[in-house]
Structure formats: C-alpha cells, structure tokens
Design a protein around this ligand. Structure first.
Ligand code: CAA
Length: 261
C-alpha cells in the first residue's frame, strides 16, 4: 500500500493497481492538489508495464462528489481556467492510458466524479451509487468532458436531460443506458470489481491492447473505417506467439500460458 497524497492511496494485487480516493468527509471531492496527485500517478502508470488493469474507487458513500466547491469561491477566473485545463489534461491522460481502466463506483459520482468514470473503459457500480452532472444547479456547466463523453456513451438526448436538469441518476438506469456494465450490492462491489480486473489481466496482453485500441478508435470514424481498424488489428495478432499458444492450448485441451508477444 502506497500513500500518494493525504487523500489518495494505491494498492497492488499482481498486475492490478487499485487507486482509492480517501476523503469520505467530503465524499471524495477533488481539490486541486488531489487532481495534481492523481495526474502525476496516471503519468507514471502510463509507462509501467507491470500494471495491466487500473481500478479506481472511492471510500464510503463517496466515489467522487465532483470538484471541491469549497475552493471555488476563493479563486479568480484565471485560477479557475487553470484548474479546468489541469482537469482536462488529467482526464484525457486517464482516457488514453494503455492499461484497461475500471471505475468501481461505490457512491456519489457527481460532476468531475462522473466525468472520471466516463473516461474509464468500464464502469461497475454499487446499487447505492448515484451519478449526475449537477453543475447547472451552480450556474455552471460540466467542464471535464461530461457533455461530450456522456453524449457519446448514452446518446445526445439522455445527456441533454442529465446536463439541463442536473438530476441524480441511479446505477440501474445507467446500466440500462449502457454506461454502467455491472451493478452489485455495496458490500460486494470491490470483490466483484477485483475479480473482473483479474480476469482481464489474465487475458493475453497484446490481444487486450489491440481490442482496447479497436473499440476506442473504431467508433471515431464511419463503419468501414472501424471494420478496417478491426481487421488490421486482428492480422497483427494472428502472427503473435500468444495467438499460436491460445489456438494450440485449445486444440490440446489445456490452459494457455501467455507471454505477451
Ligand atoms: N465539494 C466540497 N465539499 C463537498 C462536495 C463538493 N463537491 N460534495 C460534498 N461535500 C461535503 C459537504 O459540504 C459536507 O461537508 P460538511 O460535513 O463539512 O458540511 C460533506 O461533504 C457531506 O456532504 P452532505 O452533508 O451534503 O451529504 P448529503 O448526503 O446530505 O448530500 C450530496 C450528498 C447530495 C452529494 C451533496 O453533498 C452534494 O450535492 N454535493 C455537491 C455535488 C456537486 O455539485 N458536485 C459538482 C461540483 S462542480 C464540478 O465537479 C465540475 C466543474 O468543475 C464545473
């Protein structure tokens, strides 16, 4: 267990890193210094081949209740702009990490907290989790990609309603709209999330990386472009030792031993 900030700890289980925000008294609200520490962690993780899956979670009933509103009233507009640029950079770094990223949403994921979850490859949630983009109630807008990433993940109408009303959305509703992939009782969330992370970490590394690349970039263009990206990735994989091992193990009815090349 490593403490990275007063409110941030990292734990490792083999190839799975668990990053936990520990600020239960403010429901995981992101102060500027906390965002900076999270950003430094992502920068280091990007070049760490020992980690295959990152699990992000919070503490108690707070995943991340958004930006630290307490810091807002004391800042100038220049400082506010600089905080927005920092958040954008950190969220984009999370989104582009080579590892598979899973948000294990234990409670409130509001504003910047929902936006962090939207940057992850997978979102699993506790039954009690509440998501939302409530910035409109502060006279603001989501500034960490919420309008753009929610519209891409759940559709423009779903996002429009969420942004304009700022309402809280429960985990089951987000599961129905495809943003959350699994919902668990709060007491089981971390065990189930770790199982999922370990399952993915056990899959052949190059195939996982290519699958992430295809799923992410394939949707940016039209269907034909996406199909080409998929086919090219599959061709690259076919020549790998892991593909040979996977096929051979299947034919010989044994467990495969993947080596990552
Ligand atoms: N910033 C700072 N402190 C926060 C916080 C936040 N975003 N969210 C909660 N807290 C603090 C509360 O002030 C409270 O502290 P005290 O005990 O010292 O009073 C503590 O966390 C517990 O919160 P509540 O007493 O309010 O708990 P509750 O169960 O009654 O309500 C809640 C929970 C509905 C999540 C409510 O806390 C809430 O609405 N929080 C604000 C959420 C929000 O608006 N987030 C968006 C921020 S803006 C943003 O993220 C993007 C941007 O840059 C534009």
């Amino acid at each position: 267990m490593r403490r990275l900030h007063e409110h941030l700890i990292e734990d490792r289980r083999d190839e799975v890193a668990i990053l936990r925000i520990e600020r239960e008294e403010a429901l995981g609200a992101l102060s500027r210094s906390l965002v900076e520490s999270i950003g430094s962690y992502f920068e280091a993780l990007r070049d760490d081949p020992a980690v295959r899956v990152l699990l992000l979670t919070g503490t108690g009933k707070g995943f991340i209740a958004g930006a630290d509103i307490g810091e807002y009233h004391a800042v100038s507009s220049d400082e506010f702009d600089s905080y927005q640029r920092l958040s954008r950079r950190v969220f984009s770094t999370l989104e582009s990490l080579p590892q598979i990223t899973i948000a294990a949403v234990n409670g409130y994921a509001l504003g910047g907290g929902f936006e962090v979850a939207l940057c992850c490859d997978l979102v699993v949630a506790a039954e009690r989790a509440r998501f939302g983009l409530p910035e409109i109630k502060l006279g603001l807008l989501p500034g960490g990609g919420g309008t753009q990433r929610l519209a891409r993940a759940a559709g423009i109408r779903f996002a429009t309603e969420a942004v304009l009303t700022g309402r809280f959305i429960d985990a089951d509703e987000l599961r129905a709209s495809g943003v959350v992939s699994r919902v668990h009782p709060a007491g089981e969330l971390m065990d189930r999330a770790i199982e999922l992370a370990e399952e993915i970490a056990g899959r052949p590394p190059m195939a996982v990386a290519e699958a992430k690349h295809v799923l992410r970039t394939g949707l940016e263009g039209g269907l034909e472009d996406g199909l080409t990206i998929e086919q090219q990735a599959l061709s690259r994989l076919f020549g790998t030792a892991d593909a040979a091992e996977g096929i051979n193990a299947f034919l010989n009815k044994r467990e495969p031993r993947f080596v990552g090349r």
